[in-house]
Write a protein that binds this ligand. Structure first.
Ligand code: FAD
Ligand code: NAI
Length: 508
């Protein structure tokens, strides 16, 4: 009943605070809409990505004021906080995906154009992006260039591998929808293969040695989910499952270093309470082969560890597109390894008309964590900022038209042929009157297995929670943050189904 309880509880908790933070001063009713004659000159806004930052911006943006294009290799939004549950079947992946086209058309006048393609390069001088079709089905046209007035880079981040040889070829990752399918399949495959008659003991041990690299929130949540899957479902189905060993490997002295010490101690104790799970801290993975990894401890001693499943969760690195853009802009403006340096309005430093939000950017004055919470607030802020700018420009245009004499009106109507926002300078000047972004931290939550979660809220002092109540808080917060009723219903059923009938252990 976990899902339903969470659903009920969620309805009364943080919904208004987190989901409906619509403190926009411009409402549709009182908006000074762009004069009809100007509509064809709407500034062209190209948004890259369909993740947290980009979608939150799109949902806020008044798409009748701008000519909006969304470019992304995936035509859906992925609700990442519940992604780990997809690796074991606690939730089904379709339940946490949202088709992006659903958000492109709000009314006849409010429409954005989605194109499923990957942006491979940006030309900041010509103000164009080059996009290619990287899907399996290709038509005669599979590449195109698109002009922009404003480019929003919301491409997120890639998996960090630190260039360690063999990681990309042999490890599973925790980022995309397909990663969950690969991991789920591999867990079961390891068990089926270990169950072959005559399989040598040593090989069974290797196949059932599951390694998770990285003791950040992703690695910890995955270890917790895997342990749940093992205790609740695999032990019932596979006689050999009791031989599974799950090892969480972390280079630092502790896991979950972003959390308070009290939480760290609790999680370390909790995760190792089962005989099947262990944590190796002060241990770095330095090499990966098809069937074994090389680990190095703090005394610089190296050893080989055979594995059946290897899951890599050692954080983020900028995507190839972001790295290329950083290089093209040049080291005098862009020199940060985490992403594109932006100012307080998310303008990419050293460019004109390029903005970056979410995991792809960093503000050096106020660096923030790379989380959905941050990305969504940044996206919403930028959407509102663009709306305010459009509103300002429209008001000015309407007022000018009303107050000027007919002779001047003639001049105005002549100038009306010049695009309103084409000059980004105009836009930049007006920006100075706008409020800058302020991040509101709502707390950090993480699932730690066996119906337990941890939460940390930072104010003047740090407050921490752990245990069953926190688990329902964790579920209800993410439940309310799911974007649609459809997703909420599907996730509730998934939670109910996995609680009552157990998780599915078939492959495919
Ligand atoms: P993303 O959401 O990653 O979106 C990037 C988008 O850009 C995608 O649509 C991608 O397809 C697209 N794209 C990529 N390359 C290109 C290109 N070349 N051209 C065009 N489009 C491109 N955060 C929390 O706050 N709470 C959590 O509980 C939480 N749990 C997480 C669990 C996991 C397993 C993971 C991996 C992350 C989790 N996070 C969580 C972090 C959170 O998901 C990220 O910080 C967030 O997704 C960043 O949003 P974004 O929009 O910048 O990037
Ligand atoms: P992370 O950067 O938070 O943690 C990665 C960990 O891997 C670090 O502790 C690092 O010391 C360790 N590491 C790196 N190289 C290693 C090696 N070779 N061997 C062993 N250990 C190594 O990365 P994570 O967990 O992937 O998270 C990425 C982002 O997503 C973070 O910003 C995180 O806050 C966010 N996130 C938030 C969640 C939540 O709020 N519940 C859940 C999941 C992710």
């Amino acid at each position: 009943f976990g899902g339903l309880a969470a659903a009920g509880f969620g309805a009364f908790t943080l919904t208004d605070l987190i989901v409906n933070d619509d403190f926009d001063s411009i409402t549709d009713k009182f908006r000074s809409k762009l004069p009809e004659a100007e509509r064809k000159h709407r500034p062209k806004v190209v948004i890259l990505g369909t993740g947290w930052a980009s979608l939150c911006m799109l949902r806020k943006l008044h798409t009748d004021e701008f000519d909006v294009y969304i470019i992304s290799p995936r035509n859906y939004f992925l609700f990442t906080p519940l992604l780990v549950g997809g690796t074991t079947g606690t939730v089904e992946v379709r339940s946490i995906m949202e088709p992006i086209r659903k958000y492109c058309k709000r009314s006849d006048s409010e429409e954005a154009t989605f194109i499923e393609a990957e942006c491979v390069s940006v030309d900041p001088k010509k103000k164009t992006v080059r996009c290619v079709d990287n899907s399996t089905v290709k038509g005669e046209v599979s590449e195109f260039d698109l002009q922009y007035d404003h480019l929003i880079v919301g491409v997120g981040a890639d998996n960090q591998t630190f260039g360690i040889p063999g990681v990309k070829e042999n490890a599973c990752f925790l980022k995309e929808i397909n990663d969950t399918r690969v991991i789920r399949d591999k867990i079961i495959d390891c068990l089926e293969t270990a169950s072959y008659p005559g399989q040598p003991e040593k090989e069974i041990d290797r196949l059932l040695n599951f390694i998770v690299v990285g003791g950040g929130p992703s690695g910890v949540e995955f270890t917790a989910e895997l342990n749940d899957f093992l205790q609740s479902d695999l032990l019932r189905t596979y006689p050999l499952a009791k031989r599974i060993k799950v090892t969480l490997v972390e280079a630092l002295p502790h896991i979950l270093t972003i959390f308070d010490k009290k939480i760290i101690d609790h999680v370390e104790k909790r995760l190792t309470s089962s005989d099947n799970t262990r944590i190796w801290t002060k241990t770095a993975v330095v090499g990966v082969k098809e069937k074994e990894i090389t680990v190095r401890n703090d005394k610089k001693e190296e050893s080989q560890v055979p594995y059946g499943l290897l899951v890599w969760a050692t954080g983020n690195t900028p995507r190839a597109l972001t790295t290329q853009l950083i290089k093209d802009i040049g080291p005098s403006h862009q020199n940060n390894r985490r992403g594109l340096i932006v100012d307080e309005y998310f303008r990419v430093v050293g460019t004109d008309g390029i903005w970056a939000i979410g995991d792809a950017c960093i503000n050096l004055q106020k660096p923030l964590a790379q989380t959905a919470q941050v990305a969504s607030q940044q996206g919403r802020y930028l959407g509102r900022l663009f709306n305010h700018m459009a509103e300002d420009m429209n008001k000015q245009k309407i007022e000018n038209a009303k107050s000027l004499s007919s002779a001047i009106v003639t001049t105005v109507s002549t100038t009306a042929a010049t695009p309103l926002f084409k000059e980004n300078q105009d836009f930049n000047d007006k920006l100075k009157n706008q409020p800058i972004f302020k991040y509101r931290h709502m707390g950090t939550l993480a699932y730690i297995g066996d119906h337990q979660a941890v939460a940390e809220f930072k104010g003047d002092s740090t407050t921490t929670f752990e245990g069953y109540f926190t688990y329902y808080l964790w579920r209800s917060v993410y439940f309310t943050k799911l974007l649609s009723m459809r997703n909420r219903v599907l996730v509730s059923f998934d939670w109910l189904k996995s609680t009552v009938f157990g998780r599915d252990v078939s492959r495919g």
